[in-house]
Design a protein around this ligand. Sequence first.
Ligand SMILES: [Zn+2]
Length: 90
Amino acid sequence: MKGTNGKNPPNDLDIGDLIRVVDCTTRFNDPDDLNMACCCSFCKSDSSRVGVVIEERGYRLWNTIFDFGMWEVSQWNLDSGHIEVISETG
Ligand SMILES: [Zn+2]
């Protein structure tokens, strides 16, 4: 499996891939501050953070669907270790 622990981020996504957005505590490394500061869609909606890639929108840009709605994933998200691929379609 690619992308676990943020050490080996996925470098590509395919339609149907099951992805997970890492916890904001992991992203920001500051859990104390997180309670006050984080207002991302995942925290605001108490999301499961698990989503599915539904569309490739262009170069290194994907539409994904989460329990709160659509979310755009870019190459930057992959490179920065925010995305784990749970299940690949192959
Ligand atoms: Zn957040």
